[in-house]
Design a protein around this ligand. Structure first.
Ligand code: SAM
Length: 235
């Protein structure tokens, strides 16, 4: 079963929002598992210290390599083949394609950073891959880990209904999604586009594709250029 193994200084933050709604229901139904491990259990001395000052000077504190390594080693089997990730603004940006890959693996191992960051040596020594959820800085990796887990969990078999398989969504075909409408037919003088009420499925599909292209061009032209490139390569 798909299992997220999270290493954090704040295990009580979990499941947090992952305990509600779609992910939470799936957790209760046993469709995935979550374990949050307290890095501080391997802390040093009476105060269970996990951090120290940056070598070479500078502000803040750095998570110690030996403490984090001991925390990982105490829990993980050597032959555990799940991707080992560490949340980091320096990491490779998370994409829907990567999320699909992670959802298709047996689960994930995620380290949540705190302070100024983590001693570089443990990242290398334990083969951790740095992953970012965007070009901004959070105060810790926990929320970032939750974002990643939520994105994976909704793709696991049985979590979303058949009618919402996720294959038609933003990023799945390289484009942003078309606009949605529902009742009422008129809202504050704004009508639902007539084509969507026509019952002509081919026309509706063509309209949605055109809208997806228009919105992607307006908001994320670099995505459109990439999608066009990929299409050309397939031909
Ligand atoms: N000094 C670091 C830097 O400039 O890159 C930022 C450290 S941040 C205050 C503390 C922790 O939050 C990081 O170690 C990381 O685990 C997490 N974090 C912050 N922003 C993130 C992002 N955009 N994506 C993923 N993790 C993030």
């Amino acid at each position: 079963m798909w299992r997220a193994e999270v290493f954090t200084l704040f295990p009580d933050m979990f499941p947090g929002p992952l305990g509600g709604s779609l992910a939470g229901e799936a957790l209760q139904r046993g469709l995935w598992q979550l374990a949050a491990h307290d890095i501080r259990d391997q802390g040093i001395g009476r105060h269970r210290a996990v951090d120290d000052t940056p070598t070479g000077g500078g502000p803040g504190m750095v998570m110690r390599a030996d403490v984090l390594a001991a925390s990982l080693d105490a829990v993980l089997q050597k032959d555990d083949s799940r991707p080992r990730l560490v949340m980091s603004p320096r990491g490779r940006p998370l994409t829907q394609a990567r999320v699909r890959g992670l959802a298709d693996s047996g689960g994930v191992i995620i380290v949540c950073g705190r302070f100024e960051g983590i001693d570089e040596r443990v990242i290398a020594a334990r083969g951790l891959e740095e992953v970012s959820i965007g070009d901004y800085v959070l105060s810790g990796g926990e929320l970032a880990a939750m974002v990643l887990i939520d994105a994976c969990v909704r793709l696991l078999p049985g979590v979303m209904g058949k009618e919402a398989s996720g294959t038609d969504e933003s990023f799945e075909n390289g484009l942003l999604e078309y606009p949605h409408y529902t009742k009422p037919r008129a809202f504050e003088g704004r009508e639902i586009p007539a084509v969507l009420l026509s019952g002509d499925h081919a026309k509706i599909e063509a309209w949605r594709r055109a809208e997806a292209l228009r919105i992607t061009q307006e908001r994320r032209p670099e995505l459109l250029a990439k999608a066009v490139d990929e299409e050309a390569k397939k031909r």
